[in-house]
Write a protein that binds this ligand. Structure first.
Ligand code: GUN
Ligand code: ZN
Length: 438
C-alpha cells in the first residue's frame, strides 16, 4: 500500500545540508523486502509527472501549513531513569548514589519495568523520537520489558543490559560471569529481531571489574554488528577515580581501548574532558560521542568542545541522557546544544547553525550509529519514520515562524520555542502511531 503526502518537506543531502521544499511531496511504500520506505521525495511541481506515471491513481493527502521531517534519533538515554529527571545533586557521583542506583534497583520487578517501558516509549513518541540508543538496568528482565514493547510498536530501537559488577550497591550490582552469559543470551534473543538492536552496555569503567570489561570486549569482537554504549570523561571526580582504579592507563578513554571496547558502533556519552590524543583514538577506532547538553548543564559536568571534535575529526550526535538530562524533547536538546556551543570560557565559543543542530539529532545521529541511509532522513530508500510538525503550534511560534525570512530563521524559531506541541503526528515504519493522550 502506497501513501503520498503533500506539505513542506525537510530532509538532508549527503553533505548534511537541509533540503527544504516549501511545497513538497513524500511517497511511502514497501520495498522489495516489505519494509516501508520513502519511495519519492522532493518538490511537488517537479515530481508531479513522475508521481502520475510511477504511481497512477495514488491519492495525495494534503497537510496544509505543516512540515514533514525525519523522526529524531536520540543517541543516549536511560529508560529506567524516566522518573529520575530533575533529581538535584552535587554532581554525577552523588547523583548516581543517592537517586539513580536506588531507583534502578526497582527494575528487577518485570511488571514495574514493563510499566515504565510503556511510559518511556510513549514519551519518546510524543516528542518525535523514533529511534533511541538506551540503557536498561543490570536486570536482564529490564531489557526484555523494553524490547517486547518496542517490537509491538514496530520501532527501531537499540538497548542493552547494564554491566556493573563492582562499586555498586546491592540491587543493581551484577555478578561477573553471569552478567556476560546474560549479555550473550540477550544478544541472541533480541539483536536483529525485526528492527531491534542490542548494545553491550558497561555502565562506566569504575563500576566494572577488569574481568567484566574484558568479557564485554570479547563479546564486542564476537558480535561485530552489535553496538557498544558507555560513559566517558563526564565529570572531574569521576575521572580522578578512574585514574586511581586504572593507574597504568594513559587516559579514561584508553581504559576502554585496552579492553577492546572502542570500535565502530561504539557510542560514548559525554566526552567532555578529553584531549586530542583521545579524540584521535575515537576517530581511528570509528567510535563516536553522544553529546548530552541538558545533562551536562544540569549536573554541572562541563561543555562539549564541538570545535575540538571537528578539528580531530571523530563523529558525534545529540542525545538527551534522561534522567541526568532534563527533557525528552529534541527541541530542548538542540537548544541546550547551542548554549553549550556558545559557552566561551572553558573553550572557544561558537554558534552551531540550526541546520547543523537538526542534522546532529537526525541524519547525523543515524550516521553515528552506522545507520546512515537507513533512518534519520527522508531521501528515497530510508525507512519511513517521520513527523508531521506544526510550526504554528503555539501563539508565539505562529507569530515567529510567520516572520521567518529564510530557512535558518524558521529552524531557529522551532529550536528555540518548540517542544512536543510542535510534533503533531508520528509515523513509525510507515504507519501513523496511535496518538499519545496528553
Ligand atoms: N555515568 C555512569 N552512570 C551514569 C548515568 O546513569 N548517567 C550519567 N549521566 N552518567 C553516568
Ligand atoms: Zn547516560
Amino acid at each position: 500500500m502506497m501513501h503520498a503526502y503533500r506539505s513542506a518537506l525537510l530532509r538532508f543531502n549527503q553533505q548534511g545540508q537541509v533540503l527544504y521544499d516549501e511545497d513538497g511531496v513524500l511517497v511511502i511504500g514497501p520495498d522489495a523486502t516489505g519494509r516501508q520506505v520513502v519511495q519519492l521525495a522532493g518538490d511537488y511541481g517537479a515530481l508531479q509527472a513522475r508521481l502520475a506515471s510511477a504511481f497512477p491513481g495514488l491519492a495525495v493527502t494534503p497537510l496544509p501549513g505543516r512540515i514533514l521531517a525525519p523522526g529524531f534519533v536520540d543517541l543516549h538515554i536511560h529508560y529506567p531513569q524516566t522518573d529520575v529527571i530533575g533529581s538535584p545533586a552535587d554532581g554525577l557521583l552523588p547523583w548516581l548514589e543517592n537517586y539513580t542506583f536506588p531507583h534502578e534497583s526497582r527494575f528487577g520487578d518485570p511488571a514495574y519495568a514493563a510499566e515504565v517501558a510503556r511510559f518511556f516509549l510513549d514519551e519518546l513518541q510524543r516528542n518525535g523520537v523514533t529511534t533511541a540508543l538506551t540503557f536498561a538496568t543490570s536486570h536482564p528482565s529490564s531489557v526484555d520489558a523494553l524490547m517486547s514493547e518496542a517490537r509491538a510498536r514496530g520501532l527501531r530501537l537499540i538497548a542493552g543490559k547494564v554491566l556493573q559488577d563492582r562499586h555498586s550497591p546491592d540491587g543493581v550490582r551484577d555478578e561477573t560471569e553471569q552478567s556476560l552469559i546474560d549479555t550473550e543470551t540477550l544478544i541472541r534473543k533480541w539483536h536483529g529481531v525485526e528492527r531491534l538492536g542490542y548494545a553491550i552496555t558497561p555502565r562506566f569503567a569504575p563500576t566494572s571489574s577488569e574481568r567484566q570489561l574484558r568479557g564485554a570486549g570479547e563479546l564486542a569482537a564476537k558480535y561485530r554488528d552489535v553496538w557498544i554504549q558507555s560513559h566517558v570523561a563526564e565529570n572531574r571526580e569521576e575521572i580522578a577515580w578512574v585514574h586511581e582504579l586504572f593507574p597504568q592507563s594513559r587516559s579514561y578513554l584508553s581504559v576502554y581501548e585496552e579492553f577492546g571496547l572502542l570500535r565502530e558502533r561504539a557510542v560514548y556519552a559525554h566526552c567532555i574532558h578529553v584531549d586530542d590524543a583521545d579524540r584521535a583514538l575515537m576517530r581511528d577506532r570509528g567510535a563516536v560521542a553522544a553529546v548530552c547538553p541538558t545533562s551536562n548543564l544540569f549536573l554541572g559536568s562541563g561543555f562539549f568542545d564541538y570545535a575540538g571534535a571537528d578539528r580531530v575529526g571523530h563523529g558525534y550526535g545529540l542525545a538527551s541522557d534522561v534522567g541526568g538530562g532534563t527533557s525528552f524533547s529534541p527541541f530542548r536538546t538542540m537548544l541546550a546544544a547551542y548554549y553549550v556551543g556558545r559557552e566561551g570560557v572553558a573553550k572557544p565559543g561558537l554558534s552551531l547553525s540550526p541546520q547543523r543542530l537538526w542534522w546532529l539529532h537526525t541524519a547525523g545521529a543515524a550516521q553515528a550509529l552506522g545507520l546512515e541511509g537507513v533512518i534519520g532522513n527522508l531521501q528515497p530508500g530510508h525507512e519511513a519514520d517521520f513527523l508531521v510538525l506544526n510550526p504554528a503550534a503555539t501563539p508565539l511560534l505562529a507569530r515567529k515562524t510567520a516572520q521567518a525570512r529564510n530557512l535558518d530563521e524558521l529552524l531557529f524559531a522551532l529550536i528555540v520555542l518548540g517542544d512536543e506541541r510542535v510534533v503533531e503526528r508520528v509515523a513509525v515504519n510507515g504507519a501513523w502511531a496511535a496518538p499519545v493522550p496528553a
